[in-house]
Design a protein around this ligand. Sequence first.
Ligand code: PLP
Length: 263
Amino acid sequence: MNPPVALTIAGSDSGGGAGIQADLKTFAALRVFGTSAITALTAQNTLGVRGVHAAPASFVIAQIAAVLDDLPVASVKTGMLATAATVEAVSALAAQGRLPNLVVDPVMVSSSGDRLLEPAAENAYRHGLFPHAAVVTPNLRETEVLLGSSIRDRDDQHAAARALGDLGAGAAVVKGGHPAGNEPGTAVDVVWDGKETYELRAPWVDTPNTHGTGCSFAAATAAYLAHGEDLRTALASAKDYVTKAIAGGARWHLGAGHGPLDH
Ligand code: PLP
């Protein structure tokens, strides 16, 4: 029997920890056939991003169209889209209903603190792409930028998840990741499922090796959706997958910075 097919629209991380590379490893680990449209090349390692070379939006769309015209794509994940033009072009395809089970990870900044998105693209996310997403998965910092408000505690995190839903996404996950409002020892993400908010909890893994965590969570969600799971189950399974991948690579020493996960 054929495996389900998923598509990632994201940037390449030459260091292999995040972006397209993390997405394809996640798809393979979860027995999904991965296809990809590369939005940008990054010259990058575990220490940081040395350069970004974005593809023209028209060529990102050419890649997506080539995949969609031939392969039975069951779910789509977006990561680093790099430019406002690409966010707008991908939004237009989504508006035509061509991107099923769309998981939008609005990547803005790398784990090393380097910008991966033109500031002008933020509005295109809010008003162009979010209304077509099955789920959006920003981290705390991205959520603050998108909503223009700060998140100080868990109540704020719940309110922010609802506010993201108000932008039109079917569901939203505000990933707690590190500190702000997180209880010690627990990594808490807050989900707005269109009706209510609830929390995804996992033991906190103390390690610098978290590069690609956000990419892998969104890719795992897309993979489980491609397998036909409902969104609630897919998100819980994705959280579990990422927690295990972080734990697996926690003691690795690959590079001197934020190392990768064990897929
Ligand atoms: N996409 C690319 C190409 C990246 O280089 C990065 C981070 O460096 C990300 C996405 C986001 O990574 P993370 O999953 O660590 O948030």
